[in-house]
Ligand binder design. Structure first.
Ligand code: GLA
Length: 421
């Protein structure tokens, strides 16, 4: 009887522990950086590609710039689970197995990321995690997985919050620190409930490899850079260290002209977005490499303050977070963005959304930038800032004189402002 009571106490303790499981603390204190196979390779993946990608990243400056998560997206799985219900990697694509792949990545200074899905099947039709969350979490932990991107196809009538919490609890119980990346496309407003569930959450449907367009797949759409940018309105207060808005992976290096790549990358840095490259690491132009590995742009994204940037001036009426649709027809013009940085510094972006070059004048002395979210302001009448151009990597005067710039079409001027003491 005594033994039975001890057993039930232990069981109750165990159940309570998993009921109150937490996401792993202390992870993704700055937006995660890495590479993911989907944007470039979709289902055409195998262990040779992933190893060659890591090898390239170890020598082309990407790893050392901070891109450490190598994430294998959809289509790594065998079509069905084994007799015990375990998820199995496709032995033709990954003959050495996932543990060996994880070991290889770890030995070369990377972290190992995998994709699966909260529904019954992944979007490409491979086994999903529904009903197998705790079992799969143990499998992933045993393979040395460090990052799990969890998709939302084939979810039926499942409740997103409950479903993602189940996987969070599975991961917590498995005990390995794994960054949990929610990929439910913003459908059920994860920014309202996912702070204690995952470390990042997609805010929109998939990115499309263009600067200003959308692509209609019939039942769903994917979105260009500007369209995704507009869908971030009203979300910045939900992001911070350990819990980021994710406007999807980068299309830098997949064919946009270099000015568009620069603008895309800069905006993701101003948004404190996860920087997950999605191009071919073995065929990267010097221009693309220069953009992706620019340490001064990356420092804007990775700033320890962890505050997402905003469009200036902040709209007088708050934008109500709602379904992520482009709010208005794409505006053909110039936008000014600010991002508060640590030590009283700021990043500033002047984005030219139009195809034509635009002349911009910004007379600092007439402007005050106030951010109630970070409780910071920049009063240029009382404080002078040094200006640094983060793309030419050169100093660009101070805020004593009005800024005038000619910004080419679909390009950006990205500056760092540092108070002169
Ligand atoms: C969804 C995700 C993409 C990618 C694919 C894989 O569309 O949003 O990022 O993972 O699934 O099938």
């Amino acid at each position: 009887m005594k033994q039975l009571t001890a057993l039930s106490v232990a069981l109750v303790a165990l159940t309570t522990a998993s009921l109150h499981a937490q996401k792993f603390p202390g992870l993704a204190l700055t937006p995660p950086m890495g590479w993911n196979s989907w944007n470039k390779f979709a289902g055409n993946i195998n262990e040779t590609l992933i190893r060659q990608t890591a090898d390239a990243m170890a020598t082309n400056g990407m790893r050392d710039a901070g891109y450490v998560y190598v994430v294998v997206d959809d289509c790594w799985e065998q079509m069905s689970r084994d007799k015990l219900g375990n998820i199995v990697a496709d032995p033709n694509k990954f003959p050495s197995g996932m543990k060996a792949l994880g070991d290889y990545l770890h030995a070369n200074g990377f972290k190992f990321g995998l994709h699966n899905c909260a529904g019954t099947k992944t979007c490409a039709g491979f086994p999903g995690g529904r009903g197998h969350e705790f079992q799969d979490a143990l499998t992933y932990a045993s393979w040395g997985v460090d990052f799990l991107k969890y998709d939302w196809c084939e979810h039926g009538t499942a409740n997103s919050e409950e479903t993602y919490k189940t996987m969070r609890d599975g991961l917590a119980t498995a005990g390995r620190p794994i960054v949990f990346s929610l990929c439910e496309w913003g459908d059920t407003k994860p920014w309202l409930w996912a702070k204690d569930v995952g470390h990042l959450w997609r805010t929109t449907g998939d990115i499309y490899n263009c600067f200003d367009c959308d692509f209609d797949h019939g039942t769903w759409k994917s979105w260009g850079v500007l369209q995704i940018l507009d869908m971030q309105d009203g979300l910045r207060q939900y992001a911070g260290p350990g819990h980021w808005n994710d406007p999807d992976m980068l299309e830098v290096g997949n064919g946009m002209p270099v000015n568009e790549e620069r603008a895309h990358f800069s905006m993701w840095c101003l948004l404190a977005a996860p920087l997950i490259a999605g191009n071919d690491m073995n065929a990267m132009s010097p221009e693309t490499r220069e953009i992706l590995t620019n340490p001064e742009a990356i420092a804007v994204d990775q700033d320890p303050l962890g505050v997402q940037g905003f469009k200036y001036p902040i709209p007088a009426t708050p934008v109500i977070p709602g379904p992520r649709q482009p709010t208005a027809p794409t505006k053909d013009g110039v936008e000014i963005w600010f991002k508060p940085l640590a030590n009283g510094e700021w990043a500033m972006g002047i984005l030219n959304r139009s195809k034509d070059a635009k002349s911009v004048t910004f007379d600092w002395k007439n402007e005050t930038v106030t951010d109630s979210l970070s409780n910071r302001d920049a009063n240029f009448a009382t404080t002078t800032y040094h200006l640094r151009n983060l793309w030419t990597k050169s100093d660009a005067g101070t805020t004593q004189n009005p800024l005038t710039a000619e910004i080419p079409g679909h390009d950006i001027l990205l500056l760092r402002l540092k108070p002169v003491h």
